[in-house]
Design a protein around this ligand. Structure first.
Ligand code: FAD
Length: 445
C-alpha cells in the first residue's frame, strides 16, 4: 500500500493533467496515475488523433493556469473550411462573419506533454506512470493498479476518473455503485494518413481545415507544425463501401483515384498508410450518475465521450475541469457538495454537445458541398454582420464562445424561430403588396 492520497486522479491525459493543475492551485495533494509510460520524448500512440482543434473553451481553461501562450506558440490557426470537390476548384468557407476567427490545430502529444510538465511542477502533485487502475472500492477509495512490478494498492479520500472513453473508473462504478451506461457506437470508424511537406512547404493552405465531403464518407486534414497534414478518413466499418471492402494496394489506389483524385498526388504514402494504420472506433458515452457518495467522480471522456465532428471533446473536457473547480470554490472545498453540483451543471451541456457533434457529421460529410448550404452560410454571416451580438451562428457560439452548450442550442432555436417569423412576415407583406397591386391593375383595366 502506497501513501494515503488526498485526491487520486486516474488518467494523465488532457483532462487529468489539467485537473491536477487546478487542484494543486487549491492546495490539494494529488497523485496522478497513468497506465502508460511517461510519453515525453516517446512516440505518439498509434490509432489516436495526432492533432486536434483547440477553440475558445479549451483556451479559456488554459488561460486560467497561464498555459495558453505556450500552447498557442505552435498552434496553426484555421479560419475556415476548404472544400475539395471530386473535380473543380476548392471552395473556402470562413468560420466567422469577419473571416478572422479561427480554430487552432495543435499537436495532441505536445499539448499533453505541456500539461504533464505543468502538473508535475505544481506543488503537491505526484505523477505515477505505468499504473493501470484495475480495481476500485467506491465506498473506501481503495484502488488496485497493475504495474510492471506487479499489482499495487493505494487509497485516496477522493478518486477522480479522467481515464478516457473506456474508463476503468466508470467500469468500477458500474460494478459496485449502481452506475448505468450506454455506449452508442457509430457504424463509422476512422483511419489516419499523412500529407507530407512538399519541397519543405505545406502542400495545402495551412490556414484552413480541409474537407473532402463525399456523402457517405469524408476525409478531413489538419495542418501540423512540421508542415505536414494529418488526414482522417471517416468511413463505415463494415459492408460494401467500407474499410472492410478495401484491402489490396490496387483496390485502395483505385478507390482514392475515383473519389479523392487530388489526395493521391498530395499523399504519396497513402496506400502504405492505409494498410498500416488501424481503424479507430467512434461513439458516444452516456452514463449516470457521474459521481458516487461525493468521493468518486468521472470527468472528460470518461463521463461523456462524444464523436469528434465538432472538434469539441477535449474543449468540453477542459470545461468540465473549470466547472468542477468553480463548484469547489462555491462549496468551500466540500467534495460531497461540489461533485453532485458539478454533475448537475455539466450534464445538460455535455448532452447538448453530444447531439450537436452527431449532427455536424452530416453537415461535414454531405451538406458543405451543396450550393444551398453555401448560400445559407453567406446569409447567416450577413445576418451576423447586420445584427451584431443578436444573431450569432451555432458554429460561432460553440467554437468562439463559452456560452454553455445547452444554452447554445436554445439560443439557436430562438434565433431560427424569430428568423422564420420574420421571413413569414416579409412573405405575408410581399403577398399583401402583390395582391393590392394586382387588384389596382384590374380596377384600372
Ligand atoms: P483521454 O485523452 O483519452 O485521456 C485518458 C488518459 O487516461 C490516457 O492518458 C490513458 O492512457 C489513461 N488511462 C486509461 N485507462 C487507464 C487506467 N485504467 N488507469 C490509468 N490510466 C488510464 N477534441 C477536440 O477538442 N478537438 C478535436 O479536434 C478533436 N479531434 C478528435 C479526433 C479524433 C479522431 C478523436 C477520436 C477524438 C478527437 N477529439 C477532439 C476528442 C478528444 O481527443 C477527447 O475528447 C479528449 O482526448 C478527452 O480527454 P480525456 O483526458 O478525457 O481522455
Amino acid at each position: 500500500m502506497t501513501d494515503h492520497d488526498e485526491v487520486a486522479v486516474v488518467g494523465a491525459g488532457l483532462a487529468g493533467c489539467l485537473l491536477a493543475c487546478f487542484l494543486a492551485r487549491r492546495g490539494h495533494r494529488v497523485t496522478l496515475y497513468e497506465r502508460r509510460p511517461d510519453p515525453r520524448g516517446g512516440q505518439a500512440e498509434r490509432g489516436r488523433s495526432i492533432n486536434l482543434a483547440l477553440s475558445e473553451r479549451g483556451l479559456d481553461a488554459l488561460r486560467r493556469i497561464g498555459l495558453d501562450k505556450q500552447v498557442m506558440a505552435d498552434a496553426l490557426p484555421m479560419r475556415g473550411r476548404a472544400i475539395h470537390p471530386v473535380s473543380g476548384p476548392l471552395d473556402f468557407q470562413p468560420y466567422s462573419s469577419d473571416g478572422e476567427r479561427a480554430i487552432n490545430s495543435i499537436s495532441r502529444g505536445a499539448l499533453n506533454n505541456a500539461l504533464l510538465d505543468a502538473a508535475e511542477s505544481a506543488a503537491g502533485v505526484r505523477v505515477v506512470f505505468d499504473h493501470r487502475l484495475t480495481g476500485l472500492d467506491p465506498r473506501t477509495g481503495d484502488m488496485t493498479f497493475q504495474t510492471p512490478a506487479g499489482e499495487v494498492s493505494a487509497r485516496a479520500a477522493v478518486v477522480l476518473g479522467a481515464d478516457g472513453a473506456g474508463s476503468a473508473v466508470r467500469g468500477q462504478l458500474l460494478a459496485h455503485a449502481g452506475l448505468r451506461e450506454s455506449l452508442d457506437f457509430l457504424d463509422y470508424g476512422y483511419k489516419e494518413v499523412t500529407i507530407p511537406p512538399r519541397d519543405g512547404q505545406f502542400a495545402l493552405d495551412p490556414g484552413a481545415l480541409h474537407i473532402w465531403p463525399r456523402g457517405t464518407s469524408m476525409i478531413i486534414a489538419l495542418p501540423n507544425p512540421d508542415r505536414s497534414f494529418t488526414c482522417t478518413l471517416f468511413w463505415p466499418t463494415g459492408g460494401t463501401g467500407s474499410f472492410a471492402s478495401l484491402s489490396s494496394p490496387t483496390a485502395i489506389e483505385r478507390h482514392f483515384r475515383a473519389h479523392y483524385p487530388d489526395l493521391l498526388d498530395l499523399a504519396p504514402g497513402l496506400v502504405e498508410d492505409y494498410q498500416r494504420n488501424p481503424v479507430g472506433l467512434l461513439g458516444t458515452v452516456h452514463c449516470s450518475p457521474w459521481q458516487s457518495g461525493g468521493r468518486v467522480a468521472l470527468i472528460g471522456d470518461a463521463a461523456h465521450a462524444i464523436v469528434p465532428f465538432y472538434g469539441q471533446g477535449a474543449n468540453c473536457a477542459f470545461e468540465d475541469v473549470v466547472e468542477l473547480d468553480r463548484c469547489l470554490e462555491e462549496t468551500g472545498g466540500s467534495w460531497t457538495a461540489a461533485l453532485p453540483r458539478y454533475e448537475e451543471r455539466r450534464r445538460d451541456n455535455t448532452e447538448a454537445i453530444a447531439r450537436m457533434a452527431l449532427a455536424n457529421f452530416v453537415e461535414m460529410r454531405d451538406k458543405v458541398a451543396s450550393p444551398v448550404f453555401r448560400l445559407g452560410k453567406k446569409v447567416e454571416h450577413a445576418l451576423e454582420r447586420a445584427l451584431p451580438g443578436r444573431y450569432v451562428s451555432r458554429y460561432e457560439l460553440v467554437s468562439f464562445s463559452t456560452v454553455p452548450y445547452a444554452e447554445v442550442q436554445r439560443r439557436v432555436r430562438r434565433q431560427h424561430q424569430v428568423l422564420g417569423g420574420a421571413v413569414a412576415g416579409v412573405g405575408a407583406l410581399l403577398a399583401g403588396a402583390i395582391g393590392t397591386a394586382v387588384m389596382r391593375g384590374r380596377r384600372r383595366r
